[in-house]
Design a binder for this molecule. Structure first.
Ligand code: BG6
Length: 511
């Protein structure tokens, strides 16, 4: 069953369309300009925005330790766009895009490099009303962030007329204490409204749509509470492994890499109260309240209601996959988890008694991210006595690989006398709106240029999120797992993850 657009107003959004004109000229300085994030995500995104004519009058300066000149940088970015963009760059567009790219080779701790950077910004940037809009993008490993922030602060001259913003990638610290130290440092150089802490899950179309679905539909908002919802499940499954990031992952593990940020943000989008308005801080206030309402977990709870896993070797299709401990940069006896499953409770009036089950992991059978909201069963069963099972109603928000919303409900199977059958009514974004879904970085980069902080994370949320996961990380550090690796690559994680939900009389829906 496909949903149809029933009102042509949907085709002419009444709000401002993402990617429209009206973006001020700016200079983006990408620290780690020739690195992985820049090549895979940032350059293809900027190129795509430029192609849609959403961007004009901009320059991009890659800053990094590599010894590259502008031409070599341009060549390498063209290759990256060919490899990671939607389609290979076309000559006319590339000529205009490529000439806007520059590279400055330097050490992150070298004052002279920052002075050269400021001179370059001054020389090549377009001025707007006496000021130059500069966005610093920190696409670097966390350990070099402090040096960069400090050097920007020290080498800045008051008379430069820069209007600055800074985009900071996760991880924001390693725990609550280091996140707050990082923030102290950032706020010595920037004001809170200049700091864009990016979580790219917030830029995903279906994630943004959770708020629209909830707060603009009577059918959902009135059911969105513990009187009608039985439980919520979130699965963020990845088919890929750690992708040559062994040394990073050994420091991070699944809790820091996925749970502290992406997963908790998804919980907040589902659970938050209606904001006072749609301005950034109203939404961020409500999310922070949710993080503060998540019930703290102690050792006993972690041992019984949270599951960790690490993949061993396995198969996907006919391909043999190495185990985590065989990956480059990973210790042969590593105890770092690549899988997490757990049950969270939100102690507020709306959610008391409704468990939130989450699971995420690497090397699972497929790439799929879904939020499933299962409704309570009716108190009385009138139909379908011939069949033991009556499926509960479930609202499924599929974030990827396709963006989709499905509602599962029961009907009578044709030509039977009362046999209940569950069907899914689906809204596929691509088919319904006949448009491709924009990758997350696109929306968030545009928002940063425009100065909209809604899809970025505020410091109080970051600290509250660390408070939720810090005890889990500490507990798992203090007692090593004795069964790692405990799931084969290409499977749905350790058996204990299944038991976690099944012991409550429920089952994972995504699969
Ligand atoms: C990143 C993690 O934040 O998100 C990666 O560091 C993970 O380990 C990635 O693979 C998943 O993002 P997406 O958009 O592919 O689901």
């Amino acid at each position: 069953m496909e949903a149809e657009i029933i009102d042509s107003r949907f085709l002419r959004p009444c709000g401002e369309e993402t990617g429209g004109a009206g973006v001020l000229p700016f200079t983006m300085v990408i620290f780690g300009g020739s690195g992985d994030l820049s090549r895979r995500k940032l350059m293809p995104t900027l190129y795509h925005l430029h192609g849609k004519e959403s961007l004009d009058g901009f320059t991009v300066i890659g800053f990094g330790r590599h010894d590259l000149d502008d031409e070599a940088f341009r060549g390498s970015m063209k290759k990256a766009i060919t490899e990671f963009g939607d389609e290979p760059p076309d000559d006319t567009q590339w000529n205009d895009f490529g000439r806007r790219l520059y590279f400055l080779s330097g050490d992150y701790e070298d004052d002279a490099a920052y002075r050269r950077l400021l001179e370059l910004i001054e020389r090549i940037s377009v001025r707007t009303g006496g000021a130059i809009d500069v966005i610093y993008y920190l696409a670097v490993p966390p350990e070099v962030v402090p040096a960069i922030v400090e050097k920007i602060r020290q080498n800045r001259r008051d008379n430069e007329g820069l209007r600055e913003k800074i985009i900071v990638e996760k991880p924001f610290g390693r725990d609550r204490a280091s996140a707050s130290a990082l923030n102290r440092l950032l706020t010595t150089a920037f004001r809170e409204e200049q700091i864009y802490r990016i979580d790219h899950y917030l830029g995903k179309e279906t994630v943004q749509n959770i708020l629209f679905l909830r707060f603009s539909n009577a059918i959902f908002e009135q059911l969105w509470n513990n009187r009608h919802i039985d439980h919520v499940q979130i699965t963020v499954a990845e088919e890929i492994g750690i992708e040559h990031r062994g040394s990073f992952y050994e420091q991070a593990g699944v809790v820091r890499d996925m749970v502290q940020n992406h997963i908790l943000q998804l919980i907040a989008m589902v659970a938050m109260e209606p904001p006072v308005g749609f301005q950034a801080d109203f939404i961020r206030d409500e999310k922070t309240k949710i993080f503060r309402s998540v019930r703290p977990v102690d050792r006993k709870y972690i041992d019984t209601s949270m599951v960790r896993g690490q993949y061993g070797k396995g198969m996907t299709g006919t391909e043999e996959i190495a185990g985590y401990r065989q990956e480059e940069g990973v210790a042969k006896d590593s105890c770092i988890p690549t899988f997490f499953a757990g049950k969270f409770h939100i102690d507020n009036l709306r959610w008391a008694g409704v468990p939130f089950y989450v699971r995420t992991g690497k090397r699972l059978p497929k790439r799929i991210s879904e939020i499933c909201i299962q409704l309570r069963q009716l108190p009385l069963r009138l139909f379908g006595h011939t069949c033991d099972v009556m499926e509960p109603n479930v609202l499924i928000l599929t974030i990827q690989p396709d963006a989709r919303i499905s509602l599962r409900f029961n009907v009578q199977y044709p030509h039977t006398a009362g046999q209940i059958h569950a069907v899914d009514m689906k809204l596929g974004y691509r088919e319904t709106f006949r448009t491709a879904i924009h990758p997350s970085y696109e929306r968030q980069i545009l928002d940063c240029i425009r100065g909209d902080l809604t899809l970025f994370v505020r410091q109080d949320s970051i600290e509250a999120m660390w408070e939720i996961v810090d005890p889990v990380i500490s507990r798992w550090n203090e007692c090593g797992p004795d069964d790692f690796p405990n799931y084969a690559a290409g499977t749905w994680g350790p058996e204990a993850a299944k038991r976690l939900i099944e012991q409550d009389g429920r089952r994972w829906i995504t699969g």
